[in-house]
Design a protein around this ligand. Sequence first.
Ligand SMILES: Cc1cc2nc3c(=O)[nH]c(=O)nc-3n(C[C@H](O)[C@H](O)[C@H](O)COP(=O)(O)OP(=O)(O)OC[C@H]3O[C@@H](n4cnc5c(N)ncnc54)[C@H](O)[C@@H]3O)c2cc1C
Length: 493
Amino acid sequence: MSEKKAADLGKPAHARDAGEVKRWHREADVVIVGCGGAGVCAALEARAAGAEVLVLERAWKGGGTSAQASGQLYMGGGTPLQKACGFEDDPEEMYKYLVASCGPGADAEKIRVYCERSVEHYHWITGKGVPFKPTFLPVEVGTDPSTDDGLSYTGSELAYPFCEIARPAPRGHTAQQEGENAGGMMMDVLMGHLAPAGVEVVNDALCEPLIVDHDGRVAGVVAAVGGEEICVRARRGVVLTAGGYIHNKAMLERYAPVTRRVRFRLGCDGDDGRGIRMGMSARGDAIRMEAACIVVPFSRNRQFVKGVLVNAAGQRFCAEDLYQSLLGEIGMWRQDGRIYLVLDDALYEKPQLPTEILAVGESFAELEAEAKIFPRGSLVHTLETYNAGAARGEDPQFRKGAGWLQPLATPPFVVLDLSLEKYPFWSAFTLGGLHTRPTGEVLDPDGEVVPGLYAAGRNASGMPAHGYNSGLSLADATFSGRLAGAAAAKASR
Ligand SMILES: Cc1cc2nc3c(=O)[nH]c(=O)nc-3n(C[C@H](O)[C@H](O)[C@H](O)COP(=O)(O)OP(=O)(O)OC[C@H]3O[C@@H](n4cnc5c(N)ncnc54)[C@H](O)[C@@H]3O)c2cc1C
């Protein structure tokens, strides 16, 4: 890669040779880069395993994107919260669902480990003091982050084909907090354990690049602290937990051009891909870099699930009861971000979606003409076919759940424009990252472990890849962080 191209993606282009280090300013057994959800959990588990741990965080305070989150964690397999709300679940059903929904190319090994330990992870998180209220938010209400209910469906478990692949269960566990910032509360609770456990956190410490021994082992990291460069030695391992790359436009252009088109980017300033690039510069492989959570939130008003989504050619392209992030992915990847929602007067109610009305008509033909949807007759055919099935209580084309089926029969009819250009609520964050084992060990392009290097959270390619379910990123970050911290602590010096 030329110097220019490397710089375009942001620093660091090269790892530093340990032979060039004149002085090690600091050292610890395990050095953790970034104090978000993955970083704090890595630190706590490394410390619990007896390691001396140092956390380096570029911001003035830890928390990262995890502290901005709604505090939903995808957990299941029979957690106490699921039981308290009257739901049965087991690790095998959860595994079948996640493998089916996180594909293609889902990391079955990571999913297996997580499903088997998800109940234990729930106990670990609650044991640290993160509360979950034992109440269920019904699916008819949807995922409403303004309530403090603990459990809800945050994926497509009830929708076809997933409902036939695995027994559905709600697995979205939302930390208890009135309002929308349960992630901030969760991070404060977790970070509150660091100092008492004896973990030192250095804030305002921007890490780059890694320091690598002559034999390829990662030996430490360079950090800019208070304007001064320091070299930090890691006796056992460096754990990269520096988040994703949604704020690095050049990386998006190269690895995820579809995601680049989504304007509302979900992430803290630190999500600039530095951690991933650091890992790559030490021979770490980056995989599934095109994967992203792309959300088109159209169904907070659940009535709208009873509407009909069509593409630019007036055809349906999926069942409307699929989860909003799966719809977002399908809408971006397969429909070029051009999707429209058709409602009748019975469904068109307040609160309305803040977007343009593309067309209004007393009949389907009038609607189609006003919306200028071609080929002529396509939208009319789509709606008539949908109505005929809905009247029988079935959707032979996409098998939308019977509870959401209702013919569009009350004029006037309306087409709402949900396309990327017009609807401002499309949002995204990246899911691709360093190739790791479930233990967090980073792998090179040959599948060999890069000694001394671990990664977790959005710095790695984890459980969530395609077909995102809400809560899976925080679940993956906290769990993969724990495993990476524990593995690094046990590594030989
Ligand atoms: C508004 C919003 C709501 C969301 N809600 C949810 C939800 O409810 N459930 C869910 O699963 N997901 C949710 N997400 C996504 C989720 O929050 C993130 O994907 C997840 O928290 C990432 O965790 P992480 O530990 O990998 O990264 P982060 O939490 O972002 O931590 C990375 C840390 O590394 C630091 N850092 C970065 N580079 C460096 C460097 N070079 N040197 C030192 N430090 C560095 C950063 O400052 C940051 O503190 C939401 C996202 C947003 C924006």
